[in-house]
Ligand binder design. Sequence first.
Ligand SMILES: [Zn+2]
Length: 360
Amino acid sequence: MHRFKKIGIIASLVATMTFSMVACSSNNLEEGNETIDTAEASNEASQETSTAKYIFMFIGDGMSYPQVNGAQIYNGTVDNEDSVELTRLGFTEFPVTGSASTQDSTSFAPDSASTATSIASGVKTHSGVIGLEADKTTEVITIAEQLKEKGYKVGIVSTVTLNHATPAAFYANVESRNSYYDIALQMADSDFDYFAGGELGQPTGKDKDQRDIYEILEEKGYTVTRDKDEILSLDNESGKVYAINPELVGGAMEYSIDMDEDSLKLSDLVSTGINVLDNEEGFFMMVESGKVDWAGHANDAMSNIQDVVAFDEAISEAVKFYNEHPDETLIIVTGDHETGGMTLGQATTGYDTAFDLLSN
Ligand SMILES: [Zn+2]
């Protein structure tokens, strides 16, 4: 919380990778903060600190070091046949890098609900809980809500459903991540300015006996659109919008590997988000790549890698914006937890990484 409250432009850009299953005591969070404070302090010496006006928070769901490195090694293998090289993803070259341990209040293998609550609000809670402290009662106030209160516009983007755990942790407070309809109702009440990506899970409730959530969103002043051309023409005079990707599978965007040339990509939703949110008071945009996690669960290396690459392309839209507003922009890239126990080479295959076989 403290860290977000005095948002400073640390060294213009910040990349934070998380790793899970770290053998450590609960003091580690403190240590993690100290690391960040040290970095901040050392930068303060050489650079004036000010409040960031434009803030991007990118979360690769289920993305930790192996997923990032897997994508870099794959690209390196494709780019440099016959030699062992990696091609860096853009966000790995940001000037500030840190690590965080990701255990939640009850598990060393946490889920997206508790980790996103920590990222959005600075508190650790139970796996499965969104926006409540470990007592499952006290509601947290998220960074997105605090900035909205200060006059920033707020955007929430995800490749998966918008009432799924990670995006929900920025606007909802529920004891169970499975309370999709309640979460969607809280989304409609958030007054946030831009939602984009997948659709909503259980739009008429678990038993399909509730009022259609899209009707409620429109009643609350949201323009809900599933039209690609309309989405791409949105701007900061469009009012509150919910831009749903017209090409969905089970409510979520397709894996990047399955998209066509003219599919609406995560990078398009970031550039559109900038157009919608851009205003003199500033903005906060959270962008989740949710299917890195799904590909991890499915042990699907190539879909995992290609979604990390697409995530990097989406981040580069923020970097373009940064280049136009370098003194006022903060970009944070992080994961929330590892998924799938992804490993690069192992004993039964003689530690051969065989990345060249993936494109077959
Ligand atoms: Zn997750």
